[in-house]
Ligand binder design. Sequence first.
Ligand SMILES: [Cu+2]
Length: 359
Amino acid sequence: MKFHGSRNGFHRIAAGLSMALALTLSPVLAVAQDAPAAEVEPAVEAPVAADAAATDVTAADAAAPAAGSYTPMKPTAGKGMPVERGIDVQDQYSPTGDFAHGLHIGLVWVMAIISAFVLLLFVIVIVRFNAKANPVPSKTSHNTLIEVVWTVVPALILLGIAIPSITLISKQYKSPPKDAITVKAIGYQWYWGYNYPDNGDFEVVSNMLKEKADVKAGERFRTDDDGPSHLAVDNRMVLPVGVPIRLQTTAADVIHSFAVPSLWFKLDAVPGRLNEKMLIIKEPGVYFGQCSELCGARHGYMPIAIEALPLDQFNAWVVAQGGTVKGAKAEEAAAPAAAPAAAAPAEGEAAPVAAEATT
Ligand SMILES: [Cu+2]
């Protein structure tokens, strides 16, 4: 009977292992199946861009002279991205992230001190109270003082951890103010769409950039100016710096999760639901993240790249995308955008953006 039981156990382990192997291999197989489908992707982009232009004709007009105003920012090595041999949380660029990082460091110290203390007690017991060193053991069964201490001290430690933990939770769920800029991240299988309802309701479609070896001649591929491999995208989510953003997430097909570690932001994107959280970005930069909910075969190939710009540059980018700026007329909004365009002649990179917006 016992033997039979252990055989069952063996079967269970074997089944588990083969399941794990199948899961490990499935992305590879799925990618292989997906290859022809990937070519269709650009077609998805075209109608969206056309839509954005069609809904706001004046904005599209304004976009034409502003074509050269936006040049994608070069990411800073090690900022807003994972670093080689990194063992700590990524450096934080949001106020909540700063608080959370401080708490994380504090908790690591609490854990280290408690672990060292327990190890010390073990060593004392092993050395001083083994059968050889202490042949006649004490028969003490109660010590009120020790019992009170080992109950009260851990309770105080837990209380000390609970206060900043609950503070962090409340910071993470703080509602954005009414005048916050709303941006909606929509998860698709397997890319992201960024919708700007406060800025003329245009949508940016963001796909991962492939490596040079993986694209056909003439197709765009990733360079170091775009960002690290598997994190760089063709069109980034552009956000303003220093102002509260109402970042909403939803999905069109299955559950995705919008996560950017260096901004301490993670929020599930659920079909039929609109989740929202406030985000404040402290300084300009490019911040990378990934979908963090296992969403299907190409789950690992839908990175997130946020480019944070000062508010005036963000507004100029909005106008260049064919959007509108809140509280400003189209001409006024176009003016700051047109100025840098005149100063810096359009680079090759910026041209396709303009073409997309006007087609
Ligand atoms: Cu996903």
